[in-house]
Ligand binder design. Structure first.
Ligand code: SF4
Length: 159
């Protein structure tokens, strides 16, 4: 059976190293091509208005994706606020640009992933996470054996 690549990376310690390397970026943020250069560790905000913690607008089992991803129990979706694209035509505009949500440290983000797993979700589906990839990697380190992690992105990232 083919092993999910990030599980291999976790076993070798490479995932931890990559998460550490990614943490460098928010200190002089160039996580995406906006390259704001703000210090997000000090909670400075750039174009995406996101500081040191990811803001989560909503999460839960989601059945609106392709059937193989949804399965029987749904895809464990986490919607991040304050997307770095800010597209006028965004179908999730209220979520991606609204300020509703909770800023979460990595431990809390990891807790949500575990909750989704407990609900029977087949994977973790990250929506608009390009500006919080370091935070997601930080959360992932708190988990030992979650199955599939994937994300929906407009591709505007430098990581
Ligand atoms: S992730 Fe946010 S703060 Fe960082 S470069 Fe992109 S828009 Fe600016």
């Amino acid at each position: 059976m083919v092993e999910v690549s990030y599980l291999s990376l976790m076993k070798t310690g490479e995932l931890k190293e990559r998460a550490e390397r990614a943490k460098v970026y928010p200190g002089d943020c160039c996580c995406c091509p906006h390259r704001c250069g703000v210090d997000r560790f000090s909670d400075e905000r750039g174009y995406c208005r996101t500081g040191q913690y990811a803001m989560v607008s909503a999460y839960g089992p989601h059945f609106g994706e392709e059937a193989p991803l949804v399965g029987i129990n749904g895809s464990g979706t986490i919607f991040f606020s304050r997307c770095n694209m800010r597209c006028d035509y965004c179908q999730n505009h209220e979520i991606s640009q609204g300020d509703a949500g909770v800023e979460m440290p990595p431990e809390m983000l990891a807790e949500i992933m575990l909750r989704l797993q407990d609900m029977g979700c087949h994977n973790i589906n990250l929506v608009s996470p390009s500006h919080v990839v370091p935070q997601v990697l930080g959360a992932r380190r708190h988990l030992q054996d979650f199955a599939y992690l994937w994300y929906i992105t407009a591709g505007v990232t430098t990581l």
